[in-house]
Design a protein. Sequence first.
Length: 496
Amino acid sequence: MARPRRPNLLVLFSDQHQARALGAEGHPDLRTPHLDALAAGGTRFTRAYCQDGICVASRCSLFSGLYPRTLGLRTNENGPPIIDEVESLPRALQRAGYFTAAFGKRHLKGACDRGWDLPLEYFSLPGEGESYVQWIERRGLRDALDRDWAAEWGQSMDGERELPFALFSVRASNLPEDATMEAWTKQRTVELIRERAGQDQPFFCFASFYRPHQPYTPLPRYYARFDRSHWGDGRLVGDGLAMPASLRQPVATLPPVLQHQCQGHNRIWRMDLARRDEQIFRDYLAAYFALTEEIDDHVGDILAALDETGQRENTLIVYTSDHGDFVGEHGMGEKCAPGHNVYEATLRIPSIFAGPGVRSGVESDDLVELLDLYPTLLDFAEAPAGEGPHPPQGRSLAGALTGGERLRREFLVSENWIQSTVIGRRHKLGVWQEPAPASQAKFDSREFGDMLFDRENDPWETNNLAGRPELAETEARLRAQLASWQAATPTTAPRE
């Protein structure tokens, strides 16, 4: 009897997608029908966390199967030599006979970015095919793209004048609907799905959307879906968007760098203006939600291509992200990685699995980590463990996805260069580290004190309980768990 063909592996990845920003999470304003249907037909982990609330470190952790601490990489900078010695996820799958492709933002370092048969980035890289930017230039749309990207730094089109000022990096896009970065990623992914139909060799595809990361430049059609009106001039202008409950959190209760931004010390992220004029927050939230809904539509087109080519039943589909975004929580925008690594808004990520053997209609509250994806995909691919200086440090979710096994983790850890956070079943403790790089020494948050939250009684994390006598035992337990994890986890010194 012929051995069944191993499944295709399709990872749909969005940059900076906050876990709460899904219809499946009960969000009152967001409509994500395709992702919601994917979750309903598969398994969604409601307690999934990134390894580091910043792009490169979290992505490299996913693609190496190693913690940022072990990689010596807790920032977006280049890592030490170990980063060139790991075996990446695509390389391990390549060894197992998979065709590997990546479309969109990879943002990886060293060997974490090796093992691609077909890599296409947004920006031109040596030895790769036509990038998104080259494609845009061929279509004569570079000016429209540059206008979008000028919003990242709050600039006007010529980069000289501040007006029209793109506050919070928000500006409606002038690009045609089929020419956004997200549309390009979808198109390349659909092309691959159609090209691989009927072939014996399984594929691994990493379809990586840049959004809803800033600059927040949604297409007008999606932006118009959201009512951004609110109270103004003493009268009710409209019901508008539902604002997060922590929007008006007192500035003094935030960590030092976040306080610094709230006091107006950032040219684009003028939280001081937004706290006086809520319309700024509403424009930002609507832009973020609009980009999320655009991605959902593209996910729908990708899933339709799998259906049309008869590959849906033999494709493991994963939807996740590298980290989250404040989206107005704590009166903040973006992720502000230099100031914290503790909040649910930026650490908890979407985690949806669907495909052959995966239980449907399941919501699991098991604690899972982004680097669990490495051993999970190798298990589904029947591939040997990756070869490198350290074995993969995550845990395969295959048993939980197919057989309902419980991981029963008591805690997990997410950390960047400024704060290590131990996340338990109910409580969470963020412990400040020595400030690094040296340029941030003026924000030595250890003077502010560590941060302890009770997620059950304080889901918006506005009440810091660190040092409370009644929680001394809980805090001591979390500190002991963090210390034991740090002692047991191989550590590589970061590059100076």
